[in-house]
Ligand binder design. Structure first.
Ligand code: NAD
Length: 503
């Protein structure tokens, strides 16, 4: 798959007729019975993609019942080898239908195909393979204990699937973040009901076709579309038939979901928002720091939970860093997803653009200096209806300004100088969030010293978004609860029974 091949094809927005989404319940596609739908539009040009049915109580009940039937039936009876072989086939089938997934993801999100073809779709497939190894090789503990009669007792742990898992996923990396949960949930023997983001319904729907093609039993993977509050999301997370909720999205929604999960005492795994810092020391390899920060600020139009929105640069290299990042931002080419020269797509929606632009306005009101950007770009007529926005850099804002403390989720960052390692650490940690940090330095001792003091779930040194899927992924503080990835996913997707045998 090369971008050139894609470019040779028809423009995305004209590539298909209408694409209506459907729920996928008990192995079948359905529009449901609520009678409610909404229009899914493409953020590249505002064109209509198709309609999406909004699930209500009937669809949620049916999906949860199907998930239970599969758990009590064929899926629950499968050996781990049979189950993981099917998930391997799911990964292969996603790769075989790579172009369709790519096109669907780019229609929904507007992101460049060059990005989605390297990140979203291959990782979406890999998430099904990765956890099959974990499921097949996981060991459990065993303790012998002395007893007064001298015969002792043996304790061993059994891991069981948790049951029916509700998966609530966001729009920024729709397939990747949804399968990051569905992959381990299924590999470890659970069944799922997915509520994808209302902004990006297509790839979750397409995955239903894949499940049927490779022979995953009906009811194992279910999708119900809808919104969050007072809609399918809230109905699903409150449903008494759900045993656990895994959620990726904003911190505010995470708080609401935790309240919903309290009813019935259901565990929640939450991957939430961030306000991630990058620390650039004067001893850094500046070329690498600029290249990495360009990606961490502007990739996916800044809509990456791990993305950098606060950059702290040691004073001797501050001016050079600002000038070079400005030059990088100004050279980003805005364009259609299928154009290989596109470096920056639109934001996901007009609604999200209004939110990001409100921060652009507040930055100025609160006295920040706009180094570059700060507004809406002029686009050619065929793209004028899209959610385009300028990549933006600020300096000079106070440490308590909104653009320094609140997650914006757009292609923007604030850059501030610092004078000592201690000050840089204090500034980086001065946030309620704790998702990720990047430290740029060629000093080995400093790299380890500073990384150990970052109050985050993930700290990169001289890199960004370099992910080994076996490692723990998640956030500290208001950025989340729990870790997923590798063996860490066992904590949420399985339940342990300790068996104590008196000998
Ligand atoms: P969001 O919280 O608005 O929505 C996420 C999902 O939750 C959607 O499917 C939505 O319909 C659903 N939802 C919202 N309220 C709900 C409720 N009360 N009950 C049930 N479901 C509900 O987030 P978003 O705008 O889609 O995504 C952007 C946010 O996600 C950002 O804050 C970003 O940082 C965060 N995010 C975090 C990670 C991570 O791994 N930590 C990854 C990606 C995105």
């Amino acid at each position: 798959m090369t971008v050139d091949v894609l470019h040779a094809r028809r423009p995305l927005a004209q590539s298909t007729a209408r694409r209506d989404a459907a729920h996928f319940i008990d192995g079948a596609f359905t529009q449901g019975t609520s009678g409610k739908t909404w229009q899914n539009t493409c953020p590249v040009d505002g064109s209509l993609i198709g309609s999406v049915p909004e699930g209500g109580p009937a669809e949620i009940d049916a999906a949860v019942a199907a998930a239970w039937a599969a758990l009590d039936g064929p899926w629950g009876r499968m050996t781990v080898n049979e189950r993981t072989a099917l998930l391997g086939a799911v990964a292969d089938e996603i790769n075989r239908r790579f172009d369709e997934f790519l096109e669907a993801e780019c229609l929904d999100t507007g992101k460049p195909m060059s990005l989605a073809s390297h990140i979203d779709i291959p990782r979406g497939a890999a998430n099904f393979k990765m956890f099959t190894d974990v499921a097949k090789t996981v060991a459990t503990e065993c303790f012998t204990m002395p007893t007064p009669d001298g015969n002792g007792a043996l304790n061993y742990a059994l891991r069981r699937p948790r049951g029916v898992i509700a998966v609530i996923s966001p729009w920024n990396l729709p397939l990747l973040l949804m399968t990051w949960k569905v992959g381990p949930a299924l590999a470890l023997g659970n069944t799922v009901v997915v509520k994808p983001s209302e902004q990006t319904p297509l790839t979750a729907t397409l995955l239903g076709e894949v499940m049927n093609t490779v022979g995953v039993p009906r009811g194992v993977y279910n999708v119900v579309h809808g919104f969050g509050p007072n809609s399918a999301g809230a109905l699903l997370t409150q449903h008494p038939g759900i045993n656990g909720i895994t959620f990726t999205g904003s911190t505010a929604s995470g708080e609401a979901i935790m309240r919903q999960a309290a009813h019935g005492i259901r565990p929640v795994s939450a991957e939430l928002g961030g306000k991630n810092p990058a620390l650039v020391f004067a001893d850094a390899d500046l070329d690498r720091a600029i290249e990495g920060t360009m990606r961490s600020v502007f990739s996916n139009c800044g809509q990456v939970c791990l993305g950098t929105e606060r950059v702290y640069v040691e004073r001797p290299v501050f001016a050079e860093f600002v000038a070079r990042l400005k030059q990088g931002a100004e050279s980003l080419r805005l364009g259609r997803p299928e154009d290989p020269a596109t470096g920056l797509g639109p934001l996901v929606s007009e609604q999200h653009r209004r939110k990001v632009l409100s921060y652009y306005a507040r930055a100025v009101e609160q006295g920040a200096t706009v180094v570059t950007g700060g507004g809406v770009p002029e686009m050619p007529a065929d793209l004028a209806g899209g959610a385009w926005i300028e990549p933006t850099i600020w300096t000079g804002a106070a440490d308590d300004a909104a653009i320094v403390t609140e997650e914006i989720f757009g292609p923007c960052c604030h850059i501030r100088p610092f004078d000592s390692e201690e000050e840089a650490i204090r500034l980086a940690n001065a946030t309620r969030y704790g998702l990720a940090a990047s430290v740029w330095t060629e000093n080995l001792s400093r790299a380890h010293r500073v990384a150990a003091r970052m109050e985050v779930g993930i700290c990169w040194v001289n890199s960004w978004f370099l992910r080994d899927l076996r490692t723990a992924f998640g956030g500290a503080k208001a950025s989340g609860i729990g870790r997923e990835g590798g063996v860490h996913s066992l904590e949420f997707y399985t339940e342990i029974t300790n068996v104590c045998v008196k000998l």
